[in-house]
Design a protein. Structure first.
Lengths: 236, 92
């Protein structure tokens, strides 16, 4: 086995929180499920629409009109009946975010807007849980792994939200970034390889190029500026 | 002095990337990027607002460190600098 019994057991004992069951949430949740992550909580409040199907590969044509959480739970338990899936139909907000995330070992940002991303970032910092960020538009994508107190947080890198988009996205872009995020989660849980920390992975599908931009913590960051490394995340 | 400017994603599509530049002494991050972007109006408009300032969401990094927009007009570029200009994306 690639991970050995011990590694597989670590994945089995892990609990990962996935915010969003859309374009990014689809590949992230499917790959984490088949990797054997023992508990997956996935949250979404939308209903499957035909326009989602070019990229949200967790949902099929026959799911149109169904809650995404219902569809997600069906698919994830179908690909791996040995895991526990909590699919929660709600909008993540300031009052419920920490409770929803609970004792998760990692938070996957598969959202489509920055206000909720900043909220996840705050909870990650407050609870010292790693945050696996991803975002996409068209043929472009970005990803980074945030270990609170040790690496730049989302606000250090993106202090101001880009304009909201109704994103035309090539489904394969969600595949590229979502699988990078899933890989990061698995590496983090296995303590294996080099995490995508202090680096922003930048995918340009049009140019066929992957780059990285070095990133540093901002001492004056309003979100994580006061956090010291010894208070940093539970980097196993 | 020689510096390199890297545009990413849509900015790269419009302006190219890994552009070597030889700015004059005293050039700032703002003047350097503005001069390069002015070569193509669409690229300029993607990066700058009507007042000639970076759109507020544009990330400007000098040698890996993000520079606040309030400072880009004051920070002078130095020989060997690598400047990255990046538009974050929002979708998921």
């Amino acid at each position: 086995m690639l991970f050995g019994d011990e590694g597989q057991e670590r994945l089995k004992k892990a609990h990962i929180f996935i915010a969003g069951a859309g374009g990014l949430g689809s590949p992230v949740s499917l790959y984490l499920a088949v990797a054997g992550i023992g508990t997956i909580t996935i949250v979404d409040m939308d209903v499957v629409d035909q326009s989602n199907l070019n990229r949200q590969i967790l949902h099929n044509d026959r799911d149109i009109g169904k809650k995404k959480t219902v569809s997600a739970e069906e698919k994830l338990t179908a690909v791996n009946p040995d895991i526990t899936v909590h699919a929660i139909d709600t909008r993540i907000n300031e009052s419920n975010a920490a409770t929803l995330i609970g004792n998760a070992d990692g938070i996957v940002d598969a959202m489509d807007n920055y206000p909720t991303r900043y909220l996840l970032n705050n909870v990650a910092i407050h609870m010292t849980i790693p945050l696996f960020h991803g975002a996409i538009h068209g043929f472009y994508g970005q990803a980074t792994t945030i270990i609170p107190g040790k690496t730049p947080c989302l606000k250090c890198i993106f202090p101001r939200a880009p304009p909201g988009e109704v994103s035309p996205v090539v489904g394969a872009t969600a595949g590229v970034i979502g699988t990078v995020q899933a890989t990061e989660v698995i590496k983090y849980l296995l303590q294996s390889g080099d995490l995508l920390t202090n680096r922003l992975f930048v995918w340009d599908g049009l140019a066929g190029r992957a780059d990285e931009i070095h990133a540093e913590r901002m001492p004056c960051c309003p979100a994580c500026g006061g956090l010291t490394p010894d208070k940093g995340g539970k980097n196993k | 002095m020689t510096v390199k400017v890297r545009f990413f994603a849509r900015f790269r599509e419009l302006l190219g990337t890994d552009i070597p530049a030889e700015p004059e002494d005293g050039a700032t991050l703002l003047s350097l990027v503005r001069d390069l972007a002015l070569k193509k109006k669409e690229g300029y408009d993607a990066i700058f607002d009507g007042h000639g300032n970076f759109h507020e969401f544009v990330i400007v990094m000098r040698n890996g460190k993000r520079v606040e927009h309030d400072d880009v007009g004051a920070v002078k570029v130095a020989d060997g600098d690598e400047i990255a200009v990046f538009p974050p994306v929002a979708g998921g």
